[in-house]
Design a protein around this ligand. Structure first.
Ligand code: ADP
Length: 168
């Protein structure tokens, strides 16, 4: 059985993440989405909220499960018995960091290979930080995140701006 991990912050999950999850779930037998519990990043959503949102939007994918993790990716992959880590590449700007990370991980754990899926062009611009920024100013984020996530993001900004969320 081939198990892969797909690590990230997912703060919040975007349609770009979901596309990578759906595509990699077709390649492997089991995909474990690892939600990084990184307190130094000061996330908008708690790790529990991010896990819940991912569980909600991957209900249609029986071979995908979601787990929180902290510490090193190589340790999380070993715990999941995964030989593959999946990452998404949007642009050349992702490449340098991703290459460095995957080489570092291979030195620490030669059994773990990283595979890169190139973004679907329609999500090439999309990142969680763009979603947070647009939502912060009351903009429409329905093209960026799964429909069930839209309200959850705006709830985080209630009282913080004068827009009070999306127009209905
Ligand atoms: P991190 O904090 O590790 O960068 P992210 O949640 O931002 O976590 O992203 C997790 C993974 O998903 C990374 O490999 C990132 O390159 C990829 N990713 C993020 N947004 C997209 C997108 N729009 N298309 C394809 N891959 C993406």
């Amino acid at each position: 059985m081939r198990t892969a991990v797909y690590p990230g912050s997912f703060d919040p999950v975007t349609l770009g993440h979901l596309d990578i999850i759906e595509r990699s779930a077709r390649i492997v037998d089991e995909l474990v989405v690892g939600v990084l519990n990184n307190s130094s990043k000061n996330p908008l959503f708690s790790v529990e909220e991010r896990v819940n949102m991912l569980e909600e939007v991957t209900l249609h994918l029986p071979n995908v499960r979601i787990e929180a993790f902290d510490g090193l990716l190589v340790d999380f992959a070993a715990k999941c018995h995964a030989g593959v880590a999946v990452r998404g590449l949007r642009a050349i700007t992702d490449f340098e960091y991703e290459l460095q990370m995957s080489q570092t991980n291979r030195i620490m754990c030669p059994e773990l290979d990283t595979i890169f899926l190139t973004t679907d062009l329609k999500y090439a611009y999309l990142s969680s930080s763009i979603v947070r920024e647009v939502a912060h100013y009351g903009g429409d984020i329905s093209a960026f995140v799964p429909a069930t996530i839209v309200e959850r993001v705006f709830e985080k900004f209630v009282g913080e701006n004068s827009f009070g969320g999306p127009e209905t």
